[in-house]
Write a protein that binds this ligand. Structure first.
Ligand SMILES: Nc1ncnc2c1ncn2[C@@H]1O[C@H](COP(=O)(O)OP(=O)(O)OP(=O)(O)O)[C@@H](O)[C@H]1O
Ligand SMILES: [Mg+2]
Length: 237
């Protein structure tokens, strides 16, 4: 479904993503890990159309998407969340989902929105102001709900569990576990917590200084000496 070939993103002299080649299918739940600044969010930005790659190819369902703007990629089925929750100010939770749904599908389907509100445990907050009335767990759930409202085939989740305390995290984890099946989406999830990744994903890829240094099962990847070294520093090839 998603194919990256030799994808690079440079900011001036800094190579944030360095010749990454990666395929992700509809049925995959892939963990994307790596130290701070490794290029994980930049990779999501390149896939979703927020930054322009310097070189390489991105195809989705065998269509070249490099020239397509964000909303076109969303309508093809690429959905995402943002590392820092970005609710639309002055809008209610429901209105946020309506805007996201129109962006991703071109129309509004209230039944689908109700289903997403239920799934993300936000139904009781549907009429609340999204930027002032939500706790952190709810803001994070809203990020996932907005991404689901765009009707994705592939969902890019950027640290949706970060900052949550134990109970919120447990609740969120069970939601994420069900998400793949209920909405038939492929998932790439950026997450620093190894236990969380091992629990959710059958496959993990590792970025280090923009380069993809490992791709395999959680067990194989987290025991790979090159991966361990990247976390303890000084593994720049
Ligand atoms: N718009 C930008 N302009 C210039 N440099 C950028 C930009 N976005 C990211 N970078 C740089 O690119 C590198 C990769 O950043 P990125 O945010 O992708 O890392 P990350 O793996 O998501 O890190 P974290 O785990 O801290 O979220 C960093 O050195 C960052 O400072
Ligand atoms: Mg990031």
């Amino acid at each position: 479904m998603l194919q990256l070939e030799n994808l690079s993103v440079c900011f001036g002299g800094l190579t944030a993503v360095n010749a990454v080649t990666l395929s992700v299918g509809t049925h995959d739940v892939v963990g994307l890990v790596g130290p701070n600044g490794a290029g994980k969010t930049t990779l999501f930005n390149a896939i979703s159309g927020l930054v322009r790659p310097t070189s390489g190819r991105i195809t989705f369902d065998e269509t070249d998407v490099l020239g397509a703007p964000m909303y076109k990629r969303a309508r093809m089925g690429i959905g995402r969340t943002f590392q820092i929750p970005q609710p639309m100010h002055e809008l209610t939770v429901r209105e946020n989902l309506m805007v996201a749904q129109r962006f991703g599908t071109g129309s509004v389907d209230q039944k689908k929105i109700d289903e997403i509100l239920d799934f993300t445990s936000l139904a009781s907050k549907a009429g609340r102001n999204a930027s002032t009335d939500l706790a952190l767990t709810e803001l994070k759930a809203l990020e996932v709900a907005k991404a689901l409202a765009t009707n994705p085939k592939l969902l890019l989740l950027d640290e949706v569990l970060a900052g949550l305390e134990t109970t919120g995290k447990r609740h969120f984890m069970s939601m994420l576990k069900n998400l793949h099946e209920k909405f038939s989406v492929g998932i790439i999830i950026i997450e620093h917590d190894i236990e969380t990744i091992s629990n959710l994903c059958q496959r993990v890829v590792v970025l280090n200084f923009g380069e993809l240094i490992a791709d395999g099962t959680p067990d194989a990847v987290f025991n790979d000496p090159a991966v361990i070294k990247s976390y303890t520093g000084g593994a720049h090839a």
